[in-house]
Design a protein around this ligand. Structure first.
Ligand SMILES: [Zn+2]
Length: 93
């Protein structure tokens, strides 16, 4: 039996990154940098794998949806700054 899990946080992160890319043209959008920003952000956040029950997660962490999104946004902005300072796309060896 296979359970269908989706990392809800990853979904929020991807949506937010897409928003940021539209607003800030200085953010590199190449695959390496995208992956770095995603990984850096997800590493800072508790994994929230869910089937479909986001309500359960928010209860677990005692967060409202807005608070959850705010927390994720803070970590994304940090990750974006890090990648901006030292993008890895030049390091192909
Ligand atoms: Zn890049």
């Amino acid at each position: 039996m296979t359970a269908m899990f989706e990392n809800y946080i990853e979904k929020i992160v991807r949506d937010k990154l897409a928003d940021l890319f539209k607003k800030d043209k200085l953010i590199c959008q190449c695959d390496n940098c995208m992956q770095d920003m995603l990984t850096l952000t997800l590493n800072k956040l508790p994994p929230m794998y869910v089937s479909s029950n986001i309500g359960h997660i928010m209860t677990m962490f005692n967060l409202s949806h807005d608070q959850l999104t705010a927390r994720v946004t803070v970590e994304i902005l940090k990750a974006v700054e890090l990648v901006k300072k030292s993008p890895r796309h030049g390091e192909k060896k």
